[in-house]
Design a protein around this ligand. Structure first.
Ligand code: C5P
Length: 282
């Protein structure tokens, strides 16, 4: 481990990951699934701060900190060890619900890797997918197409200005359970080329022809996800509603910031138990 380059704390943002599409195209012999997904990132997320310290440590604060482990099972510490960090005081402000289909843990791991890289001047080692299938995509933190088991990334045209409302109904869905219960594992991929879209409605119309293949199975395991999706469908200005990842977080897409914020305000009043955020996507 080279010495720390910076005596200052390094801050890194861990944005929510949104699967605008999630096609399951097959299953590997080891049980992992082959995916084809258009991934975007929100401007809401967790925050990491890394301070030089002889010992490696993790402190978790924030509105979603309850229940988040601070021991070696936390992906933030796993990421530090993967980087080869002997020391470093990691402070994690947890704003995203855990096990929610928006990549919270993976995005935290990616932010920790970026912070250690910034602090030491050393590159992030290859093979970050060993930490979790979503970690490589979270290292990108910008719209990208994800294939393989999540480790094959290819560029996509920049997204048009786009906003969303994210809703988590406070249901936990375990990703392995959803994949295991999935009846149809070999579904068609997205078209070979993802076109450039000049406007949000054009992107929304295209996305309507795509899918999240985990949605039906997640609803079977947690029927209230259907209530969330049906509610999102009624929001004025919503172009598309869909589940992200293996759930239970769902999103609706909007062509303007004001409509997304109005939708979030309305949902927060109607469903005070739900986690609701308006966000810009990129
Ligand atoms: O890699 P990660 O720990 O994030 O994956 C969690 C679980 O999700 C895996 O154990 C596996 O059951 C499932 N999974 C999958 N195919 C993928 C990614 C995840 O089956 N491409």
């Amino acid at each position: 481990m080279p010495p720390f380059r910076s005596p200052m704390a390094i801050d890194a943002f861990a944005p929510a990951k949104i699967n605008l599409t999630l096609h399951v195209t097959g299953e590997r012999a080891d049980g992992y699934h082959l995916l084809d997904s258009l991934v975007a990132f929100a401007d809401v997320g967790d925050r990491i701060s890394l301070r030089p310290s002889a010992a490696l440590s993790l402190q978790v604060t924030g509105p979603e900190a309850a229940g988040v482990p601070v021991d070696d099972s936390n992906l933030a510490l796993k990421a530090a060890r993967f980087f080869g960090a002997g020391g470093g005081a990691i402070a994690l402000e947890k704003n995203l619900p855990a096990a929610a289909g928006i990549g919270g843990g993976s995005s935290d791991a990616a932010a920790v890797l970026r912070a250690f890289s910034d602090m030491t001047g050393r590159e992030i080692p290859a093979g970050a997918s060993a930490l979790g299938a979503d970690v490589p995509v979270c290292l990108r933190a910008g719209a990208v197409r994800m294939a393989g088991i999540g480790d094959l990334l290819s560029p996509v045209p920049p997204l048009p200005p786009l906003w969303c409302v994210l809703v988590n109904p406070r249901l936990v869905v375990a990703t392995p359970d959803v994949f295991r219960a999935l009846a149809q594992k070999a579904n068609p991929p997205m078209p070979e080329a993802i076109p450039a879209f000049a406007t949000a409605p054009a992107l929304g119309a295209w996305l309507k022809g795509q899918r999240n293949d985990l949605e039906h199975t997640a609803i079977r395991l947690q029927p209230r996800i259907a209530v969330v999706l049906n509610t999102l469908a009624t929001l004025p200005g919503a172009m598309l509603h869909r589940m992200s990842g293996s759930g239970a977080t769902c999103f609706a897409l909007f062509a303007d910031d004001a409509a997304a914020r109005a939708a979030a305000t309305r949902l927060s009043h109607e469903f005070p138990g739900w986690w609701v955020r308006a966000a810009a996507l990129s």
